[in-house]
Design a binder for this molecule. Structure first.
Ligand code: ATP
Length: 354
């Protein structure tokens, strides 16, 4: 029997609300599948952990994470983090544990009004370097202020990171339509994006059965809005991937429906695309679906890496339950045009699990 310890970290803003839904689903899944044992391990992080113990990422949490098989992290209000006792948890975990590919699918759902139907794309975003200043140097940050009116932002692009990202993208495409789109700005950022593009193309040579194309990120943003159904797996650098995954979420009904998985070779962390949504935090109306679908992705990852069909099946059942609830249209949180609460939506998904 597959037994998994899953770290569960609330995060900030709407984090405790949507992660409470994930806990409810974990309990329901555990009860319904005797062939699997999912043990949630609650670990403090974020502003609440800082208030209690003086650090957003306590050493005890870091140590406990090492003992878990998979992790679930809520969103973070990182703009309120400042100083060495308030590290950006996502950044530290992604970098330290080499969760190098941020896999962010955006799929149309029946019954959800959006610009298009039948969109099905996945952004595979580099997760450990790029322009994100808090993770691209061993010490210090990649943003420097030599004078009060000047800032230099350093972007890091390494062949190793591009290569492992590209392999993740091509492996994923092999399980989908076999089409990979590389997104870059190599016409201007010639060295950095040039290295990204050359490395991805070299990896493509190992996947001769794949269809590969590439676009400059600015033009691609237009193509993705105008003809999203022409794309499948989108492999790109950190900042571009962050922007394009929010754009993709906008194509299918919004951030409330957009899940994500931070994946490495050894570990994976479920984390929705959205942020901590301070504008709606504490009201019990956040859409939990992005986090619940992120859990489904983690279960699928556990199933694949542990050759455990029970875990993959549970992930698929969870995905189907979400689709069923959305298709019937009776329960809608405010972001989807309804008035249901986070708890209503969670209960409906538990009910649809059958
Ligand atoms: P970050 O930079 O941390 O990703 P952000 O600036 O992109 O954050 P979000 O916190 O993701 O911003 O919020 C963007 C908008 O989407 C807000 O209006 C927010 O209320 C809405 N939103 C985000 N997540 C959800 C959700 N789960 N349910 C409903 N609305 C959401």
């Amino acid at each position: 029997m597959g037994a998994y310890r899953l770290a569960v970290m609330d995060g900030d803003g709407i984090g405790p609300e949507v992660i409470a839904s994930v806990r409810t689903l974990l309990t329901a899944l555990n009860d319904m599948e005797p062939g699997i044992d999912l043990t949630p391990v609650d670990l403090p992080v974020g502003l609440a952990a800082y208030e209690r113990g003086g650090n957003t990422l306590p050493a005890s949490t870091l140590a406990a994470l090492e003992t878990c098989d998979g992790w679930i992290l809520g969103p973070l209000t990182t703009h309120q983090y400042a100083g060495p006792a308030m590290p950006n948890i996502s950044a530290v975990l992604r970098k330290r544990f080499e969760l190098f590919a941020n896999i962010r699918p955006a799929r149309s759902y029946p019954g959800i009004e959006a610009l298009y139907s039948n969109v099905d794309v996945v952004v595979v975003r580099e997760n450990t370097e790029g322009f994100y200043a808090d993770r691209n140097l061993l010490n210090g940050t990649g943003e420097l202020m030599p004078t009060p009116d000047t800032v230099l932002s350093v972007r890091v692009v390494t062949q190793r990171a591009c290569e492992r990202l590209a392999r993740a993208g091509f492996d994923l495409a092999r399980r989908r339509s076999g089409h990979v789109t590389l997104v870059h700005k190599a016409n201007v950022l010639r060295l950095g994006c040039g290295l990204f593009l050359d490395t991805c193309r070299a990896v493509a040579a190992d996947y001769p059965d794949m269809r590969v194309d590439d676009f400059h990120v600015d033009a691609f943003a237009m193509h993705l809005v105008m003809r999203p159904r022409d794309f499948d797996v989108i492999v790109t650098t950190n900042l571009f991937g962050d922007v394009l995954s929010d754009l993709s979420a906008g194509l299918i009904g919004g951030l409330g429906l957009a899940p994500g998985l931070n994946a490495g070779h050894e570990r994976a962390m479920a984390q929705a695309v959205h942020g901590s949504a301070p504008d709606i935090a504490g009201r019990g109306i956040a859409n939990p679906i992005a986090s619940i679908l992120s859990l489904a992705m983690l279960l699928d990852w556990l199933g694949t890496t542990h050759a455990d069909p029970n875990a993959s099946n549970l992930g698929a059942r969870l995905q189907t339950a979400v689709e069923t609830v959305l298709a019937t249209g009776r329960v809608r949180t405010p972001d989807l045009g309804g008035s249901a609460t986070t708890a209503d939506m969670t209960a409906a998904i538990v009910g649809a699990l059958g």
